[in-house]
Design a protein around this ligand. Structure first.
Ligand SMILES: [Zn+2]
Length: 130
């Protein structure tokens, strides 16, 4: 059974601690699992923005730790990354953020006034439960 939680979001802080992150993931997963009378959470699908420097392996390790003894014990985290994109303020042009240079200059009008419009996401997209 695939559950689709209504995309809860966390504050867009870039340096949230992995442990509190994984605890939030666990709480959401358990909440949805209980409401749907699931026996076990098998997989949790996450969408994480490219700008957040969370290491997939560490998130899984923390999750294994916090999930012990719960319905979500041993659940696999499936993480997909959302590309970081900037939008130019003066001309509204949308362009990808180059993470090696962090260049924010608009390739269209050369303005440096742009803002990050995606890439900070952190949300639970779906849960696979039995
Ligand atoms: Zn521009």
């Amino acid at each position: 059974m695939l559950l689709m939680p209504d995309n809860p979001r966390w504050p867009a802080s870039l340096k949230m601690h992995e442990l509190s992150i994984t605890q939030s993931i666990l709480e959401i997963a358990l909440d949805y699992a209980k409401r749907n009378q699931a026996q076990k959470v098998v997989e949790i699908h996450l969408k994480i923005g490219e700008v957040s420097d969370f290491d997939d392996e560490w998130i899984q390790r923390y999750f294994d730790f916090v999930g012990k003894g719960s319905l979500a014990e041993g659940a696999k985290l499936r993480i997909s990354r959302v590309p970081a994109q900037l939008q130019c303020n003066p001309c509204s042009f949308i362009f990808p953020l180059n993470k090696s240079t962090w260049n924010t200059q608009c390739p269209s009008c050369k303005s440096k006034e742009s803002q990050l419009i995606s890439g900070r996401e952190f949300r639970v997209e779906a849960l696979e439960v039995i």
